[in-house]
Design a binder for this molecule. Structure first.
Ligand SMILES: [Zn+2]
Length: 318
């Protein structure tokens, strides 16, 4: 055990997509940055053990992205490791971040050439449903078509349109929100809470199917004068959920993790993962807990053989 302090960048699902519902996909990891500035990955696959102590108080800047093309971008670390003041960034990195400009492009503004190339690739419009039945409309670039839904923690999702670029897809997204009332955001805390008591699979599939059908009908009726006819096509394609999510979606008893992740020592075994939420086991109890590892993003930790305290009055959990 060393006392090296790592800055947590978050949970990433950047690996190859799941091919069928029985297959793992995305190779999820917790990405951490060493004091020397190199990025490392801690596996979050089922069976992995994660032990850490939160080192410093508060959140620190995760740097910014420069987009070079459809599939190439650089992650530029914060030279000052400054405290985060804009979400997970300092003021300087927030201003330099290319992704901040995506919405300018959508509104017809000028963007750097690399980001422009990225935005000119095909994009997908999807409808995602989470464990409690909350649903959203969202967009994914072609290269991140599958991974985007895995990192969001979707339980069921369907692609409803393929658009010729990132501008058209965002116009469609805004139209769906306006006309069908589908949100573009489901809060991270709401996703975690819903996983403590997920709805049955058939119910979630039904909710998603109804929303997706309504959106397809809406897109079919969309005024053709708003879009060139070749600007998008309507599709009906189910997202393949990675097998790692199955445990969290099963109707087995579990509890919200009883300790704040922003402080103290934690250690658990991972049995299932959906987006940033893990189903974990603690030494000394058969109970299962839902932990939102997304709460660690922009915080510093020390890795080690720590174990989470088992809640004292265990009976009260049942
Ligand atoms: Zn910064």
């Amino acid at each position: 055990m060393t006392d090296t302090r790592y800055l947590v960048h978050g949970v990433f699902w950047d690996g190859a997509p799941a091919q069928t519902v029985r297959h793992d996909g995305g190779s999820p990891v917790l990405r951490i940055q060493s004091p020397a500035g190199d990025l490392r990955e801690v596996s979050l696959e089922a069976g992995a053990r994660l032990g850490f102590a939160v080192a410093d108080h508060g959140r620190f800047c995760l740097g910014h992205h420069k987009v070079h093309s459809a599939s190439s971008r650089d992650h530029i670390l914060c030279p000052a490791s400054a405290p985060a003041v804009k979400g997970k960034q300092c003021e300087r990195c927030f201003v330099l971040d290319d992704s901040r400009l995506i919405h300018d492009f959508h509104r017809g503004g000028r963007v750097p050439d690399g980001l422009r190339t990225y935005l000119l690739q095909d994009h997908w419009l999807y409808v995602a449903t989470f464990a409690g039945g909350a649903s959203k409309v969202g967009t994914a670039s072609h290269v991140r078509k599958w991974n985007r839904l895995a990192e969001q923690g979707a339980v069921v999702a369907r692609y409803v349109a393929r658009a010729e670029d990132g501008r058209v897809v965002r116009l469609l997204e805004d139209m769906v929100t306006r006309e069908a009332g589908l949100a573009q955001q489901v809060r991270s805390a709401a996703k975690a809470e819903a996983l403590a008591e997920p709805l049955p699979a058939a119910a979630l599939d039904g909710i998603n199917e109804r929303h997706a059908a309504a959106v397809r009908t809406l897109l079919g009726q969309a005024a053709v004068d708003d879009f060139s006819p070749e600007g998008f096509s309507i599709v009906d394609e189910l997202w393949v959920r990675p097998a790692q999510v199955a445990g969290l979606c099963a109707p087995t008893p579990r509890h919200a993790y009883p300790h704040p992740l922003e402080q103290g020592k934690h250690g658990f075994g991972i049995t299932s993962l959906s987006g940033t939420n893990a189903l974990v086991s603690l030494a000394g109890t058969d109970a299962a807990f839902v932990v939102n590892l997304g709460r660690l993003a922009a915080r510093t930790i020390v890795l080690g053989d720590f174990a989470s305290e088992v809640p004292a009055v265990q009976e009260s959990l049942f």
